[in-house]
Ligand binder design. Sequence first.
Ligand code: SF4
Ligand code: SF4
Length: 242
Amino acid sequence: MDRFLGADFLAEAGLNLQAVFDCAALPEAVLQPMRESGVPVEEYGRLVLLGHGGRRLWNRLQTFGMKTANPVDHYSLAITRQYIERYLNNAPHLILYPLTNFLVPLTQLGELAGWSQPAPIGLGINPTYGVWFAYRVAFLVSDNRSPATDYRLPATDHPCASCADKPCITACPAHAVRPDPQQFDIFTCVRRRLESNSSCADRCLARLACPIAPEHRYSLAQIRYHYGQSLITIREYIEERD
Ligand code: SF4
Ligand code: SF4
């Protein structure tokens, strides 16, 4: 596996999950939604996916400052732009995620990258960070300045396979979490979260019950921030729809 150019810089800033894909080798299931949303994927050689695992990004963000309406996205993009300037010689690139109208199948890319496997709670699970990771940035870059030709984590055993009790299932008060990840009931979950005085408004009790990688569990402040943001997004979506 080629070394990922500038990996330490990104990891130090909290973007410690990194993958590089050869655009020409991406599966059609990933390419199709991107093409349909106008991503000019054929004009670039590599797709770079960055994520955060654990607490470091949040801690770095406190120093950087929560200065905007989308501080996590703005911080992640600021670091990515510094990275492209310093390590990729400001190569021609196109930011795909976040804060664009492009559709990027992040979950499928995360599974291809070896970061994530489906878990009952409706999120992926990572072998190192458990359920405490997220996708932060995706961009296209010309292949002659790419950070690597191909860079992914090797496949590992599924973390849920060794979790006999599956406490995420019993911890969910709405019974939205089922043993089969495909059966996660997103509508029941959303209804529960929107109830007044919901115990799920600013956290997910099922996610908190997961025993994998507790050392990487987000702080309560970070949990409340992310779930607060997602609740705002859900409410805005419902208002627009109605
Ligand atoms: S947010 Fe609440 S309802 Fe939704 S999966 Fe988590 S525990 Fe269940
Ligand atoms: S509690 Fe167990 S089954 Fe549920 S997500 Fe965590 S590891 Fe997987």
